[in-house]
Design a protein around this ligand. Structure first.
Ligand code: 0O3
Ligand code: SF4
Length: 316
């Protein structure tokens, strides 16, 4: 039987970012250095395949530090942790390695600097997301006010509207965040903050690539996990940029082939925590059903790399 033709638009950049790459390496190197088990507080990155693979090598995933024994090393996930977490690890004399992405740590430092200057913070982020919890947890209770939408900005009741700064989660929608920042500046003209926001290069680039391909795609599949903020934003960006069907899939088995009946062009991208092997699996699933023509959609080149912490680079 002849296969129907299909154009596959392959977004680039897609998939792993430098912070995710580093965080996974940290767990692997910690397992090599100290042997199993090594504890990891929270999913190292939001991807079940990655987490299961590390678990097989001897990593034990927990949600809170007090679930770890004091005599085994513990790693903090790429999303960052409140200040109280390393403090508690120190108090228990634990060996810990912080896999917080340096671009998240940069936001923590920004928040601390504004606080030292006597400014109250407004954080643009998603309530309950570990990065938001970690960043808000850099400062004492009440010093960081959270907004998720422009409507939330109207409800803010800061201590002093003249002495405010804003920070953001790194994985937000670039366009939604621009609207929220505009609402903040309109209501609080004295508010200080980064040039635009704290959204990282990887989030920005992946959204750009999706925007570029969306008008040419009957459907877009984003490889990523349901708890991955940056992956979910890619689905929204694709839909908003004009693609009628944008869907998150964890791997090939999740593809709804009936929903794709009749499509002639499909866009493929992946969140920053989705491994290449799952992206390849999705592409292969299309090759099995269609006569595929691949079209790369390259909107940026990425060369960012982060070193692992020194403790893991030193000989055992
Ligand atoms: O923050 P998000 O839910 O997107 O996290 P992921 O999916 O693990 O991706 C990595 C991003 C990150 C660690 C924080 O910026
Ligand atoms: Fe770091 Fe950005 Fe990757 Fe988050 S998405 S881990 S901030 S590079």
């Amino acid at each position: 039987m002849t296969k129907p033709p299909l154009t596959l638009h392959l977004a680039a950049p897609r998939g792993f970012c430098a912070g995710v790459d580093r965080a996974i390496k940290i767990v692997e190197m910690a397992l090599e250095k100290w042997g199993a088990p090594v504890y990891v507080r929270h999913e190292i990155v939001h991807n079940r395949y990655v987490v299961d693979g590390l678990r097989e090598k001897g990593a034990v995933f927990v949600e809170e530090l007090d679930e770890c024994p004091p005599d085994r090393p513990v790693i903090f996930s790429a999303h960052g942790v409140p200040k109280s977490v390393p403090q508690a690890a120190k108090a228990r004399e634990m060996v810990y390695v912080d896999a917080t992405c340096p671009l998240v740590s940069k936001v923590h430092i920004e928040a601390a600097r504004h606080h030292e200057n006597g400014l109250q913070m407004v954080m643009i982020g998603h309530a309950g997301h570990p990065e938001t919890v970690g960043t808000m947890g850099q400062l004492p209770e009440g010093e960081v006010l959270l907004v998720e939408t422009s409507e939330d900005v109207a409800r803010l009741a800061p201590r002093d509207p003249e002495r405010l700064a804003f920070i953001t989660q790194t994985t937000l929608s670039v366009d939604d965040t621009a609207d929220i920042v505009a609402a903040l500046k309109a209501r609080f003209p004295a508010i200080v903050g980064p040039h635009k926001e704290d959204i990282c290069y990887a989030t920005t680039n992946r959204q750009e690539a999706v925007k570029a391909m969306a008008p040419d795609c009957d459907a877009i599949l984003v490889v990523g996990a349901p708890n991955s903020s940056n992956s979910k934003r890619l689905v929204e960006v694709g839909a908003r940029a004009g693609c009628a069907y944008a869907q998150l899939v964890q791997r090939a088995a999740d593809i709804d082939w009936r929903a794709l009946e009749g499509v002639r062009s499909v866009g493929i991208t992946a969140g920053a925590s989705a491994p290449e092997v799952l992206i390849a699996e999705v592409i292969d699933a299309f090759r099995a059903r269609y006569e595929v023509t691949e079209v790369p959609v390259v909107t940026a080149e990425e060369t960012v790399e982060f070193k692992v912490p020194r403790v893991l680079r030193e000989p055992a």
